[in-house]
Design a protein around this ligand. Structure first.
Ligand code: IDC
Length: 356
C-alpha cells in the first residue's frame, strides 16, 4: 500500500516538473517571436545578436533608454519627448582608417567619454564606395558593433570631391535601399545622405531634388529614422533651406564647421535659423578646413558652448592617427582603446567636450 502511494506521488511530481518545463519553454518561444523585428528587441535587451553589451552600462543617454528619436521645436528629443544631445566621434574615411573603428575602441569611447554617438564616414570617391564596393561590408561591421554597444550611429554617404550629390544618385538610392532595409528595426541608425555638397550647385536645383528621391527610398523601409541632409558650400549654407524645406518631419540639416576657419559669422547664421530648421553638426573639427594647420581651441570652445546652449548634437572629425591636427590620436599610435597618452591636442580637447 505504502509503495503504491510513493509511486503515485513520484509520478505526479514528474508530471508537474514536465509541465512546468513545457510551459516555460513556450513562454520563451513566445517572447522570441514577439521580439523579432521589433524595436522592443533593443529595449528589452533580448535580441541575442545585438545586445550583449547593454547590461554593463545603464546609461540614460543610450538607445535602450531613449528609443526612436524625434524632432520637436526643431531639436532632437527622445521617445518620452525629453531633449537629447548626441555626441561622438566620426571616423576618418573608412577606406583608410576603418580599422581604428573597432569594437573595443568604440566601447571605450562610450564607457570612458560618455559618448552616445558614432559616425561612419563612407567616402563615395577617393577610392571610396563607388570604386570599392567592399567598403559596404566594412561599414556594416562597424554599424553592427555600434548597435551592439547601444549607441546611436550615423551612416554617412561621404560625398566630397563629387560636390554635386546628383552625380552618384543612383548608387546612393541602391545603397540606402539595402541598408535601410537591413536596419529598419533599429532606432540606433541615423542616415546622412550627402556629407558636403559643394561647387557650382544649389539647394533648390541639386541638393533638394536628390534628397527627395533618396529619402523616398529610405522611407519605404523606415518611417521613423532621423535623416540628415547636407547643405551647400560644404554644409554651411543652412540659410538656403528655411524657405524650401523638405516635407518630412524627421529630417535635419547639416552644419559643418572647422574652428580655424569658421567663426562667429557661421554661428550667427545658425542662430538665425535655429527656430526654423533642426540642425545637426554631423562633422566638425578643431583645425582649419583642410583638417590640418594647427588647433584653434579658443574658437572651438565657443562652438562647444554654442552647441551645448542650443542642444545641438555633434560628431567630431576624426577618429584617426593621421599626422594632421584634426586627428584624435597621435600619429601612428596603434591602439584599440582610448588612452590619454595617445591623445593629440585635439583629442584632449574633445575628451573634455564630450564629458561636459
Ligand atoms: C579630410 C581629411 C584628410 C583627407 C581629405 C580628403 O582630414 O586627411 O586628405 O579629407 O579626403 C571636410 C570633409 C572631410 C575632410 C575634412 C578636413 O568632410 O572629409 O577630411 N573636412 O578637410 N569638410 C570640411 C573639412
Amino acid at each position: 500500500m505504502k509503495k503504491k502511494r510513493i509511486v503515485v506521488l513520484l509520478t505526479l511530481l514528474i508530471i508537474s516538473i514536465f509541465t512546468i518545463f513545457i510551459f516555460n519553454n513556450n513562454l520563451k518561444t513566445h517572447e522570441n517571436i514577439n521580439n523579432k523585428n521589433s524595436q522592443d528587441a533593443i529595449k528589452n535587451n533580448k535580441d541575442e545578436n545585438f545586445n550583449e553589451e547593454i547590461k554593463e552600462v545603464e546609461k540614460t543617454n543610450l538607445v535602450s533608454y531613449n528609443g526612436w528619436l524625434n524632432i520637436e521645436n526643431n531639436t532632437l528629443v527622445n521617445e518620452n519627448h525629453e531633449k537629447i544631445m548626441l555626441k561622438g566621434m566620426s571616423t576618418h574615411g573608412i577606406q583608410w582608417y576603418g580599422n581604428l573603428a573597432n569594437y573595443s575602441m568604440i566601447k571605450s569611447l562610450r564607457d570612458e567619454w560618455n559618448s552616445n554617438l558614432f559616425r561612419v564616414a563612407m567616402y563615395t570617391e577617393q577610392n571610396g564606395y563607388i570604386e570599392n564596393k567592399e567598403l559596404k561590408q566594412k561599414l556594416i561591421e562597424i554599424v553592427d558593433n555600434v548597435i551592439k554597444l547601444d549607441m546611436y550611429v550615423i551612416i554617412d554617404w561621404h560625398i566630397l570631391s563629387d560636390g554635386d550629390p546628383l552625380i552618384h544618385k543612383e548608387e546612393a538610392k541602391e545603397f540606402f535601399d539595402e541598408i535601410s532595409n537591413r536596419y529598419k528595426d533599429y532606432p540606433n541608425v541615423i542616415y546622412e545622405i550627402c556629407n558636403e555638397p559643394n561647387g557650382n550647385i544649389t539647394w533648390d536645383d541639386n541638393i533638394k531634388p536628390y534628397a527627395i528621391e533618396v529619402i523616398d527610398v529610405i522611407r519605404k523601409n523606415s518611417k521613423n529614422s532621423i535623416i540628415i541632409v547636407g547643405t551647400g558650400t560644404w554644409s554651411q549654407d543652412i540659410d538656403k533651406v528655411s524657405n524650401n524645406k523638405i516635407d518630412d518631419d524627421l529630417v535635419m540639416y547639416a552644419l559643418h564647421f572647422y574652428s580655424g576657419t569658421h567663426t562667429e559669422w557661421l554661428r550667427e547664421r545658425a542662430l538665425n535659423v535655429l527656430n526654423e530648421i533642426p540642425i545637426f553638426v554631423s562633422e566638425w573639427g578643431v583645425s582649419d578646413l583642410s583638417g590640418n594647420n594647427g588647433v584653434y581651441l579658443d574658437e572651438a570652445e565657443k562652438w562647444v558652448n554654442f552647441m551645448n546652449e542650443n542642444n545641438i548634437s555633434w560628431a567630431n572629425w576624426s577618429l584617426s592617427n593621421k599626422d594632421e591636427s584634426s586627428a584624435l590620436l597621435l600619429p601612428n599610435s596603434d591602439i584599440t582603446e582610448i588612452k590619454d597618452e595617445y591623445l593629440s591636442q585635439s583629442g584632449h580637447f574633445i575628451k573634455k567636450a564630450m564629458l561636459e
